[in-house]
Design a protein around this ligand. Sequence first.
Ligand SMILES: [Zn+2]
Length: 252
Amino acid sequence: MAGAERSFRTPALILRRFDLGEADRVLTILTPAHGKLEVVAKGARKLTSPRTGHVELFTRAEMLINSGRELGIVVQAEMVSPYLALRDDLVRGASAGYAAEITDRFVSPGEIYPPALFTLLDAAFARIDSDPDPRLALRYFEMHLLDLVGFRPELNECVIGHEPVQPQDQFFSYAEGGVVCPRDAVRGTSHVPVSMLTLKIMRHLQRSRYEAVRDLQISRALHDDFERVMVGYVSYLLERRPHSADLLRRIR
Ligand SMILES: [Zn+2]
């Protein structure tokens, strides 16, 4: 179908955008059925643009896209979920920025992912927007994103000896993608210590529905430790630390 032009309607989450020329914008969007796309929103920077205005970062829109050329063209865009706090609140906004950045980095254009990926990010934007602990909502998203893109951390058995993990402080190997017991840690590489308490919360988030974890009271120290392990693992996989992780730390 090379060169063939076709239009389709799709829900879209706005991950990234940059200005193009005087009036246009290029958007990186995540869709349920077409994966990650780069599309041009013509006239998006003109406040008066009636058809493609209001394409804000970290919102969900319904789009009509004309594809067939190098970049799709957004013919119509209507915002469905504005997630206002993601633009009004610095910490919530930077948290959504981290979720969008790692999604953008882990997801390859042209590849099809389970629709659960779209649902997970949409839910993450909503939760980061309005739940009491946006940091917990972000960790939950990160844990389940890793699952959907093929990097589910192994938290129940030692990734070197394959024996069940004992209730004691452990290590987490970025290279092996999971827990390493203290005995086998001497043979592993690129691992960091992970306390029993941090491992417990990691496992809880990995195996639970969000509703079962959203009201947990997590201390700042535990959050910091959880973040150290997870952002470390994400940075290892992506081969650099996400910019938004540093921004988030500076804001806090
Ligand atoms: Zn072991």
